[in-house]
Design a protein around this ligand. Structure first.
Ligand code: TYD
Ligand code: MG
Length: 461
């Protein structure tokens, strides 16, 4: 029989019957590579379908001998995984190169090893000496982590099977692994998928927890094997902004916990430090009492997070006024500007507008509308907002401000950081008001009137 080959897109994994310059599924150019057919995981051995052997089925009940989760002791990491790694589970951690994945993992590996678990760290990218050097810099050289620099999964699995079952195995990174069962070059979708499959099988059969590191392409996808995302139990992403030191660990998929938890870290000279109070970090250095800044009592997952929204509004010298936004959505800004003009008479059509979320955080929740509007009006009128107030609420196209979820949590977090007042729509119940002095804000015109009343005389419109 003639040997067939298939053409697989290295970006999305789509299979086509012939070579194409552009993948029809994801639109990527030059991403299609010819791979020998029958090399996939589902391929029958030797081309024949062998008859399988029987196995025992079991029920949903029944005792599991092991503790269900292994906590690393790094609270921010354990919070995101839902209280620690589940035995036999496989996690994929994605992030841009240099964001700190290897640092995070060597730190958690060391923390777990110090608590007595067997931890194996396999590096496919760095030599043993390099991993050791980093560990020494981080003061982790004494942690009993077992280290290996290897890329063949069969060898790795065979080595891992020797001795006590590891509590945690770190594979840094999955893109460097290859399996001898498949005849394509390492790094291709088929190889990565095959290698991941072998490691997942190892985790499920032994109860060890395996963490796979995955590189992320410039558009934020875990490079190559989106398919791996379906195979693993949890997908975490490690994010940060260039030039800022904070890093956020976020769960995108988690079979054993919530997906809306975040962990916040700060990259320091001694590795990643946990940030237990992110609001204080994001508000550090704030110039309270300056016009054009408003504090948003926001939420990241289930965690309240206070950030400063800054606006600068200045008359334009150009025909087409500039709109520059960092950390927020440009179309959201356009909507807030339109509502301000239509329902509160605030004309910004002849002004350049710059909007920035301080600290480099990206905000996506609609609750930021009110804080952005307050910052814009404050900058336009020159009226500083009360320094002890927080803002949150979603602005509708009619100018009405709609309540957002977790008003109570937001208010309590603000009170903890010394804020005394809130501007937001009327909360539903008393519990929701929290400890702050509540300034009801049910329509955009109420907000604008409140800010205009504070404006210096000459600027008041
Ligand atoms: P690394 O963990 O190697 O990133 P990844 O594995 O995601 O590619 O992190 C590399 C970056 O982190 C590097 O630019 C330097 C910085 N870093 C520190 O600032 N402090 C430290 O203590 C360490 C170990 C790294
Ligand atoms: Mg690395």
């Amino acid at each position: 029989m003639a040997r067939k080959s298939s053409f697989i897109c290295q970006s999305c994994g789509a299979v086509s019957s012939r070579w194409l310059g552009k993948c029809e599924a994801c639109g990527d150019w030059n991403s299609i590579i010819e791979e020998a057919a029958g090399g996939g995981i589902a391929a029958p051995v030797g081309g024949k379908v062998a008859r399988g052997a029987k196995f025992v089925l079991s029920g949903l009940g029944g005792e599991e001998p092991m503790a269900p989760r292994v906590a690393t002791g790094l609270d921010e990491l354990d919070r995101v995984t839902g209280g620690g790694f589940v035995h036999g589970s496989v996690l994929l951690i994605g992030g841009e190169p240099g964001i700190g994945k290897s640092t995070l993992l060597i730190q958690s590996a060391a923390a777990l090893a110090r608590r007595g678990g067997r931890v194996v760290y396999i590096s496919g990218e760095e030599a043993i000496a390099q991993v050791r050097m980093r560990a020494q810099r981080l003061g982790l050289a004494d942690a009993p982590v077992e280290l290996g620099a290897h890329t063949n999964v069969e060898d790795i699995v065979e080595t891992l099977r020797q001795g006590r079952t590891p509590a945690l195995v770190v594979i840094d990174s999955i893109q460097t692994m290859w399996t001898s069962a498949i005849e394509t070059t390492p790094g291709t979708v088929t190889q990565v998928r095959g290698a991941a499959q072998a490691l997942i099988r190892f985790a499920k059969t032994t109860g060890a927890c395996v963490i796979l590191v995955g590189h992320v392409t410039k558009d934020g996808q875990i490079a190559g094997p989106r398919v791996v995302e379906h195979m693993v139990d949890a997908v975490l992403s490690f994010e940060g902004e260039g030039g800022h030191h904070f890093r956020i660990l976020r769960a995108g998929k988690n079979r054993f916990g919530a997906t809306d938890e975040i962990g916040v870290f700060e990259m320091t000279g001694q590795g990643l430090a946990e940030v237990a109070n992110p609001s204080a970090m994001f508000l550090a250095g704030r110039e309270a009492g300056a016009a054009g800044t408003a504090v948003l009592a926001g939420m990241e997952g289930t965690r309240p997070l206070l950030v400063e929204v800054q606006a600068l509004v200045a008359p334009t010298a150009l025909g087409n006024p500039r709109r520059a936004v960092i950390g927020w959505d440009t179309s959201r800004l356009a909507m807030v500007l339109a509502v301000l003009e239509a329902h509160a008479g605030v004309r910004l059509g002849q002004h350049d507008i710059y909007l920035n979320v301080a600290g480099g955080l990206k905000i996506s929740e609609p609750a930021a509308d009110l804080a952005a509007a307050a910052a814009l009006v404050s900058s336009l009128t020159g009226a500083a907002l009360p320094p002890d107030a927080v803002y949150f609420g979603e602005i509708g196209l009619s100018g009405a401000i709609r309540p957002v979820v977790h008003a109570g949590l937001r208010a309590r977090e603000a009170a903890k950081l010394g804020f005394a007042a809130s501007f937001c729509p009327a909360p539903k119940g008393r519990k929701e008001t929290g400890p702050l002095r509540h300034n009801p804000c049910d329509h955009i015109s109420t907000l604008v009137a409140a800010i205009a009343a504070r404006a210096p005389r000459q600027k008041r419109a």
